[in-house]
Design a protein around this ligand. Structure first.
Ligand code: PHE
Length: 410
């Protein structure tokens, strides 16, 4: 170390050039302090120069550079991970700054406080710059996420569409639930039938004009002219199948029957607002000993009340079906106008809801039930028709039109 003017003298004494000296002389305790970074080790009495790398002047310059470079690279940082890397590189344990602290042992007593103060100042400056930057990065990240993940709580939520039963099935199940309460068990029968079951066993003669009421889709006719295969036109052939199945369990003493037969029926008709080529029916059949028309009336009156309300009035009109005798059609008092007359009931005050009758003796016979001993009643209704009446639907084509705007109303 060289102190004061003595330095120059010593320089001259040893033949050194000014250029060899560090750029910044410092004033410590009112004296000049020249800090050297020359690599040699020279003993010159009053002071010693030991490995210039570690010398104070060099250190001050180095601290200056460290600070400048660190602050410069910090200013370019915009995200947290770069900031973390910067922290490790610039104020971390093996950062150049910390190496300056580690090198204090090699400084002389005079140099130490000077370099120490400067090192501490740089450390504090870097730490406060880091703190400031860290806050700025956090604020920027928050602002960015607020901008990008904007949540407008005033927007209506997205509607979740929940599937549900088709309106026909809903009505079908309402009908079956009521009949189940009244003791009718569900019996499902086939949709593809033979002419024999669909017509002949139900007392339709081969060329009976009643067949005209139910024009059919024939599936297979070739080679079976007497008994073509067709899509069932009504659920009534299920009566024969159910009776035969029950009678087979005890042919001498067939058990009583009380069943409901639901399902799709098909007719070869022009599709209009009032008629479709396919529709559901629910058939009812009760067979046993001593069943009378009074049971039929009581059962259907009760059904109408359960379906249309306790005050629902019904009336029975004489009608004709080949498989029932006597036959009737049941009307329920118009629930739209209360019987006064309106568009829905076409001013009659009544709405037709089903056909019914006492099972024809020939049909009982065909089913394996002796008509001398057994009697029974049957009825058939259309769930779509009931829904149309109930909800003032004026076009039956909506049911299979698959228009969600219609379906989602149920
Ligand atoms: N099967 C008849 C029809 O489709 C309805 C009916 C069923 C009538 C049972 C009487 C008895 O029109």
């Amino acid at each position: 170390m060289f102190v004061g003017a003595k330095c120059i003298a010593l320089c001259d004494e040893f033949g050194w050039y000014r250029e060899n000296f560090p750029s910044r002389p410092m004033i410590v305790d009112g004296r000049f302090l020249f800090l050297d970074n020359r690599p040699q080790t020279v003993d010159h009495g009053q002071s010693s120069i030991v490995n210039g790398q570690e010398f104070g002047g060099y250190m001050l310059d180095k601290l200056n550079e460290i600070e400048k470079a660190a602050l410069e690279s910090l200013s370019a940082i915009a995200d947290q991970s770069a900031l973390d890397a910067w922290r490790v590189a610039n104020v971390g344990r093996s950062s150049p700054l910390m190496q300056v602290f580690a090198g204090f042992g090699k400084l002389s007593k005079e140099e130490r406080p000077v370099v120490g103060a400067e090192a501490n100042r740089v450390k504090a400056a870097l730490e406060s710059a880091l703190e400031e930057k860290s806050q700025a990065v956090k604020n920027a990240a928050l602002a960015k996420s607020l901008e990008e993940e904007k949540l407008d709580v005033t927007l209506p939520g997205r509607e979740v569409h929940v599937g549900r039963l088709h309106p026909s099935n809903q009505q079908l199940r309402r009908v079956l639930a009521i009949l189940a309460e009244m003791g009718f068990q569900v019996y499902t029968s086939r949709e593809v039938e033979t002419d024999e079951m669909n017509f002949q066993m139900l007392n339709f003669a081969p060329h009976h004009p009643a067949r005209e009421m139910q024009d059919s889709f024939y599936v297979e006719a070739e080679g079976r002219e007497d008994n073509p295969i067709l899509m069932r036109t009504h659920t009534s052939p299920g009566q024969i199948r159910a009776m035969r199945e029950a009678a087979a369990t005890n042919p001498q003493n067939p058990p009583p029957i009380r069943i409901a037969l639901p399902g799709m029926c098909y007719r070869y008709e022009q599709i209009t607002a009032r008629s479709e080529i396919q529709f559901n029916q629910v058939e009812g059949l009760a067979v046993g000993e001593g069943i009378t028309f009074a049971d039929l009336k009581g059962t259907l009156t009760d059904f109408a009340r359960r379906m249309f309300g306790q005050d629902a009035r019904v009336r029975f009109r004489a009608s004709y079906f080949p498989f029932t005798e006597p036959s009737a059609e049941v009307d329920v008092e118009c629930f739209v106008c209360g019987g006064k007359g309106c568009q829905v009931c076409k001013n009659s005050g009544w709405l037709e809801i089903l056909g019914c009758g006492m099972v024809h003796p020939n049909v009982l016979q065909n089913g394996g039930y002796d008509p001398k001993r057994y009697t029974g009643f049957a009825f058939g209704m259309g769930p779509e028709r009931q829904l149309m009446l109930r909800n003032k639907i004026n076009d039956i084509r909506y049911f299979w039109g698959n228009d969600v705007r219609f379906l989602e109303q149920f």
